[in-house]
Design a protein. Structure first.
Lengths: 281, 373
């Protein structure tokens, strides 16, 4: 043991450590500030005036905010389920079969990811007003249909790409082994293919859920007066005035997302991280 | 040979214009340990996969127990396969892997667990049932694949390059273990390999394939000692090949004159159907005797061979010491080179012959094999 850092022990060198500290501060300081000021006993986010839970009470008492929050969760949940199913099937199709327009479909799959969100938003607005108007008078949650559809349309690409990557590492002999042992196509799908896809399914679901939950731009163009989501509601509150109530609501959202992600990672045994790293996502 | 259990009848497989298997007819008997041997791309794996059902023959039929199964899907055939990658299901325990085929078949739970136990004991994995595949070594995973296939009591067990992924020591141990296992369960084993040692060591019979064609089907010793073509002679083991012409061809002896060899090759048997045509003589290195030459020593006398035959003078150019034996590359007087192999029977044997030493090479009249193609 010596005190001089080894050739690969970058973390024991001060310039790297300083860099690391700067990165961490810039990444997390804003979040910590946001959370801290949600407990601030002042109407302004500037000076600390003491601890209070008033803003949380205010947030929970704000009927519009609660409704928006419920809308957001509902939209995220439904769009996740649908886009995981759609994305998984698309990935299977692209992995398993050869057909004439395959390259075209593969290219088109990346489109919702690369097209600027604002363009997607405008496109959705035009689509839902000019081409296929979604009835606004429907009962909840059917009135959220337009938003759900637009969320699915971009998040399913992410799901498909993650699962497609996972399928690339599938050993075809596993499928043949199952068949050799007497299994039919349906059994092979559920007994061999789905277990292999599972980390991809969970990673894809997490992506779809978080993408939907925090989407602002596209939702802004597709939501109506009765169908506000949480990010859209926060935006309108901020335009009115920046109160710590927004901080409190945001803190709840952050805690919820982190908890959900941690839970998903735990049930998938940490493989999601590996899959996401492998996918560069 | 016992009653054939598998029959390939004029089986041909084409991938577009590529001919993978060319009009192969082959019968395999009950209880045989049969090897399909050949270089990569010779069609042996295609033949195996057609038997498993993963490929369909373009022409011809495949019969198991007299029943045409050419179009039967793999999950309905009485054969099971051990895959080259073993293909053990990574998300299932060892016991669940072995039980899988029985679950699919709807075998009741009590009988299932009894048979799984039995199969695991058979491959010496008792007590490993609860483990996951990633907690096993490569050799153990192969045993799981074996148990998983054997538990279904197939008519034929197919093995695709069964030993290629194991390290050298384990491979040797697995050879005899597979042979013992086959004897114990009495099921017909059919395995594919590109490794001739593996085929010779394990198989009761081998089929050698080349470019989609069946070259020779024989026991390992017949393949080695009585090859029917240059390809087989060269593919199995090491060989000295000389092109020549039949000078004498009587019922009880024959003489071949080879331009590359400054001696006549005398054979103690006749060669039929090769009057005056080109022939090839295959001579295995271990069948050539090395004798010291020079210092006025008389050449060795071969009692079964007339004077002036099966004896050449040369000089040792290269020695490959392999421990149990040494391979001597001898340059012949008048050009050409011959490989001779000598067992190192005593601890000082390898010092007997050295580089640049003049030697005589001699062989018996029964040693060379005459090949017509």
């Amino acid at each position: 043991m010596t005190d001089t850092p080894g050739p690969l022990e970058y973390l024991r060198r001060w310039p790297i450590r300083a860099w690391l500290v700067v990165v961490i501060v810039y990444l997390y300081a804003p979040l910590v500030t946001l959370m801290a000021f949600s407990f601030n006993a002042s109407k302004r986010n500037i000076v600390w005036r003491g601890f209070t839970l008033d803003w949380y009470r205010a947030a929970f008492a704000d009927q519009d905010l609660i409704v928006a929050f419920g809308n957001s969760l509902t939209i995220a949940l439904i769009s996740t389920v649908v886009s995981v199913a759609l994305g998984a099937l698309t990935a299977l199709l692209l992995w398993r079969f050869r057909f004439p327009a395959k390259a075209l479909l593969e290219g088109a799959l990346g489109l919702p990811i690369v097209v600027p969100e604002i363009c997607m938003g405008v496109a959705m607005l035009v689509f839902f007003t000019q081409v296929m108007p979604w009835p606004t008078s429907l009962a909840w949650p059917l009135n959220l249909g337009a938003i759900i559809i637009s969320h699915i349309s971009f998040s399913f690409s992410f799901v498909a790409i993650v699962i497609r990557g996972r399928l690339a590492s599938f050993n075809r002999e596993l499928e043949e082994a199952a068949k050799d042992l007497g299994a039919g196509e349906w059994r092979i799908f559920w007994d061999v293919l789905v277990p292999h896809m599972q980390p991809g399914l969970i990673a894809g679901a997490l992506l779809a859920f978080t993408l939907s939950l925090d989407d602002f731009v596209i939702t802004f163009f597709t939501s109506g007066p009765d169908t506000t989501t949480f990010p859209v509601k926060v935006y309108s509150m901020v335009r009115f005035s920046v109160t710590p109530e927004v901080n409190a609501a945001s803190t709840i959202l952050i805690v919820l997302t982190v908890a959900l992600t941690a839970f998903a990672l735990k049930i998938s045994g940490g493989t999601v991280a590996a899959v996401e790293a492998g996918e560069g996502l | 040979m016992s009653e054939p259990i598998i029959r390939f009848e004029n089986v041909t497989k084409r991938y577009g214009k590529v001919l993978a298997v060319d009009n192969v007819s082959l019968s395999i008997g009950e209880g045989e340990f049969f090897a399909l041997l050949g270089p990569s791309g010779c069609g042996k794996t295609t033949l195996l996969r057609m038997l498993a059902g993963f490929e369909t023959p373009t022409e011809g039929r495949i019969l198991i127990d007299g029943e045409d199964i050419s179009r039967t899907p793999p999950n309905k055939r009485p054969v099971n396969m051990v895959f080259q990658s073993y293909a053990v299901f990574p998300h299932m325990t060892v016991a669940a892997n072995v039980a899988y085929g029985l679950v699919v078949d709807g075998v009741a739970a009590p009988e299932r667990s009894r048979r799984v136990e039995e199969a695991l004991a058979l491959v010496k994995l008792d007590g490993y049932g609860g483990r996951k595949p990633d907690q096993l070594s490569g050799g153990q995973r192969q045993r799981v694949a074996l148990a998983r296939a054997l538990v279904k009591r197939p008519r034929v067990l197919l093995l695709d390059e069964p030993l290629s992924a194991l390290d050298a020591k384990l491979r040797e141990a697995m050879r005899s273990e597979l042979a013992q296992l086959q004897e114990k369960v009495g099921i017909t084993f059919l395995f594919v390999t590109h490794d001739q040692d593996e085929a010779l060591a394990m198989a009761s019979r081998c089929a050698v394939m080349n470019r989609g064609l069946l070259q020779q089907v024989a026991t390992p010793s017949d393949l080695y000692e009585f090859p029917n073509s240059r390809f087989v002679a060269d593919f199995i083991g090491s060989v000295n090949l000389f092109e020549g012409r039949l000078a004498v061809d009587e019922p009880d002896h024959a003489v071949v004159v080879a331009p590359g060899l400054p001696t006549r090759i005398f054979l103690d048997h006749g060669v039929t159907g090769a009057a005056d045509s080109a022939v090839w003589v295959a001579l295995r290195p271990e069948k050539i005797e090395l004798h010291k030459r020079g210092d006025g020593r008389a050449p060795p006398r071969l009692e079964d061979t007339p004077e002036g035959c099966n004896l050449v003078a040369g000089v040792i150019r290269q020695i490959s010491y392999l421990g149990s034996e040494s391979v001597y590359e001898v340059a012949l007087e008048g050009g050409g080179a011959v490989k001779a192999l000598r067992s190192n029977l005593t601890r000082r044997d390898q010092e007997d012959f050295t580089w640049d030493e003049p030697v005589w090479l001699a062989w018996h009249a029964c040693s060379p094999a005459v090949l017509l193609s």
